[in-house]
Design a protein around this ligand. Structure first.
Ligand SMILES: [Zn+2]
Ligand SMILES: [Zn+2]
Length: 719
């Protein structure tokens, strides 16, 4: 009796053998239902074998092989294996993470196949039709290539009946999986930079990684669309990854309207489970020729993949922060390499990893330096020194003046402050007490209107104390500024203006964010106060002034990536200011106007900033100059976590060129009543780091962790 090796969603890094009556190689990649302990689980067949791996162990039979989902093809299985090895994560969990959640359900799932129709001999059929039957001749002309029922029905009210008659006499045949023509695609006229970029990407022949670096308004999306058009014309599929927050209905609409004849599979979190599974099936069958999705879409099987695009490739949301801690950007590059197709990484502010790869010549560096709209100007930056300046409620007189000017011209202002709540600190001036979270090593944020103190890390909240719990002093004060306080300040300063705040608190209700965006669009808002929620992807035609405040904390942070993140964030928020007819201005209130980061923003020179950051990381020994992994552990007591990590470190194999540091408490040691510590591992050699991690994790999985929760994060974004 043959056996199947099955990947199951369990935290053990192995496959499980089951016996099966009859099985062929075509069943590899299929869903199976198998008994596991007292449960029935859905698994994926990874291999077919003549003998079980462990002789002498009782092997249970498979309950059922399901044929509802297209089998995961060999290239997808290989990518998932690579992912499991790279991130040292159990293969079964990797496979199940990559599948739409609907397929973890035992119930079968059916998606009707999209059939297409084609004339068996178009010339013969045309000759048999009377010359005056115009509609029939038009149909025959169309049927020279495979067409969908919907396309044919559009020709006339009786067209479908005619086609059915031709099918009955064999003049028209049904076909499957054949790429339909994409229709006439009319793109925008490209400028010289865009043309060069599209040409360098080519049309899906051979691997090549392209870093497409261009500021807001330089027309990156148009480059994507025209590169995709070339790939579709060659009969292939395109995979487009976008950060969750950027995948707006407008962007999806732009893709759909450019390629009306092409089926597009949208794969993101606001698509319902069943719909998502159906879109995935269509992509896997080759029917959907464009896959537009977030992080997880990178694993979608696509039999005719011709191009991979990662938009806003620097965005942190490409890295999953729990479970399988993978980077969709890095997997996209790995996937393109295996499929031997081009991959485009687009950004105004590339990650230092990608920028370094381009500087080293591993990626081709394509710049979009020109604005796509002729005459459009980049926003003008102004740095306002706030040290020793006469500030009122956190606003400089120049800032107040600039806002007043916009109000007089009926234009909008956005004030960017990436800190929600009323104030970040509640402080007693008598005894120095600060409101702290009892569950985390963090301060509580003041939410004055609700009369609450909230922890933004664990969600804990309590009533605002009327007096200091330390000394009884009644004069406890909120210190510092959050978006709520800034909103109050502006409303008091400009009583006739409509001030609106947009942050996670103000948009909690479903639909409220969309309603707010509409109000801004319609010009019903004069002054916007917002966090990074507003920084991305939204175009407001009347917004001409962006004020940045509270950004200095990113300049001297202990986190070596803070400056990179800050630059990206400010470049993005600046992109909201100004359109062709209204030039924009960006004011940055800062104590450090001479700081090189601000100077690079002022000069619109990301490369200067990136080179300087890279030099610093070279000196300090940080990625991307070297490679890191971090083993994290959490326990009720810090000592337990550290003891566990010390034991773990003793299991680490000694590999030359790989450094294992001593266990240390995490930057935020206490989170939601758990104490956290970590061990950092680093190496200049990726292969050595990988082989060391593989041997280490093998040893670790033999150990009992007890109540300690631990995880390995390869290429961590945060330490
Ligand atoms: Zn006190
Ligand atoms: Zn907390």
């Amino acid at each position: 009796m043959p056996f199947v090796r099955v990947a199951l969603d369990v935290p053990l890094d192995r496959l499980f053998d089951y016996a099966v009556e009859a099985v062929t190689a075509a069943d590899v990649g299929r869903r199976v239902v198998v008994p596991f302990g007292s449960r029935s689980l859905v698994g994926i067949v990874m291999a077919v074998a003549d003998a079980p791996e462990d002789a002498g162990v009782a092997i249970k039979p498979v309950d059922a092989i399901l044929e509802d989902m297209p089998a995961l093809p060999a290239d997808t299985l290989a990518l998932l294996r690579f992912c499991a090895d790279y991130y040292q994560h159990p293969i079964g969990q990797v496979v199940h993470t990559a599948l739409p959640s609907r397929f973890r359900d035992i119930a079968p799932f059916h998606v009707a196949e999209a059939l297409r129709y084609v004339a068996t001999d178009a010339a013969a059929l045309a000759a048999a039709i009377p010359a005056r039957a115009v509609m029939q001749h038009r149909l025959v002309a169309m049927l020279a290539v495979p067409r969908s029922e919907a396309e044919l029905r559009r020709v006339s009210g009786t067209a479908w009946k005619t086609v059915q008659a031709w099918m009955a006499d064999g003049s028209v045949a049904v076909t499957r999986h054949e790429a339909a023509p994409i229709g006439d695609i009319v793109g925008l006229t490209l400028n010289a930079d865009q043309t060069a970029a599209v040409q360098s990407i080519g049309s899906g022949k051979g691997f090549g990684a392209h870093l497409l670096q261009g500021i807001t308004g330089s027309g990156k999306t148009e480059v994507y669309l025209q590169a995709i058009a070339a790939v579709l014309a060659a009969g292939k599929q395109a995979l487009v990854l976008v950060p969750e927050i950027n995948l707006t209905p407008q962007l999806e609409g732009r893709f759909r309207s450019r390629f009306p004849m092409v089926e597009l599979a949208a794969l993101h979190s606001s698509v319902a489970d069943g719909e998502r599974a159906a879109a995935w099936v269509k992509a896997a069958r080759g029917e959907a020729r464009i896959v537009l999705g977030t992080r997880l879409a990178v694993f979608t099987p696509m039999p005719a993949l011709g191009l991979v695009i990662v938009d806003e490739e620097h965005d942190a949301s490409y890295k999953q922060q729990d479970g399988l801690r993978y980077s969709a950007r890095d997997m996209a590059v790995a996937r393109a390499k295996r499929a031997d197709v081009p991959v485009v990484l687009g950004s105004a502010t590339p990650s230092l990893e990608s920028w370094h790869n381009a500087a080293q010549g591993r990626y081709r560096h394509d710049y979009l330096r020109l604005r796509a709209t002729p005459g459009a100007k980049p926003p003008a930056w102004r740095l306002i020194g706030t040290r020793h300046a006469p500030m009122t409620d956190g606003l400089h007189p120049m800032t107040v003046g600039a806002i007043a000017e916009r109000l007089a011209r009926c234009e909008q202002t956005l004030i960017f402050l990436n800190r929600r709540g009323y104030a970040p600190v509640m402080h007693c001036s008598e005894c120095g007490w600060l409101a702290a979270c009892t569950r985390c090593s963090a301060r509580l944020t003041v939410h004055l209107r609700e009369g609450r103190l909230r922890c933004h890390h664990c969600g804990w909240e309590e009533r605002l104390p009327p007096r200091c719990p330390g000394c009884g002093n009644a004069d406890v004060k909120p210190v510092g500024q959050g978006t709520q306080r800034l909103e109050d300040v502006l409303a008091a300063r400009f009583p006739h203006a409509c001030v609106m705040r947009i942050d996670r608190d103000s948009t909690r209700r479903k639909g409220s964010f969309e309603a707010a965006l509409k109000a801004i669009h319609d010009g019903r808002v004069d002054i916007l106060v917002g966090t990074q929620m507003l920084a991305k992807g939204h175009d407001f035609p009347k917004l001409t002034l962006v004020v940045v405040t509270g950004a200095d904390s990113g300049l001297y942070s202990a986190d070596y990536r803070a400056a990179e993140r800050l630059f990206a964030q400010l470049a993005q928020v600046a992109g909201r200011a100004g359109r062709a007819e209204h030039p924009g201005e960006v004011l940055v209130q800062t104590d450090f106007p001479e700081h090189p980061l601000y100077q690079a923003l002022l000069a619109d020179d990301y490369d200067a900033f990136a080179q300087r950051e890279l030099d610093e990381r070279q000196l300090a020994g940080f990625p991307p100059i070297l490679h890191q992994a971090v083993l994290r552990a959490e326990a009720a007591k810090l000592e337990e976590a550290v003891t566990f990590l010390r034991k773990a470190s003793s299991l680490a194999p000694n590999v030359e060129g790989v450094t294992v540091w001593d266990p240390v408490p995490a930057t935020m040691t206490r989170l939601a009543n758990r104490e956290r510590a970590q061990v950092l591992v680093q190496s200049h050699s990726r292969p050595r780091l990988q082989s060391m991690l593989a041997a280490w994790m093998l040893a670790m999985r033999q150990e009992r962790a007890g109540k300690i929760r631990w995880s390995l994060d390869v290429d961590p974004l945060e330490l």
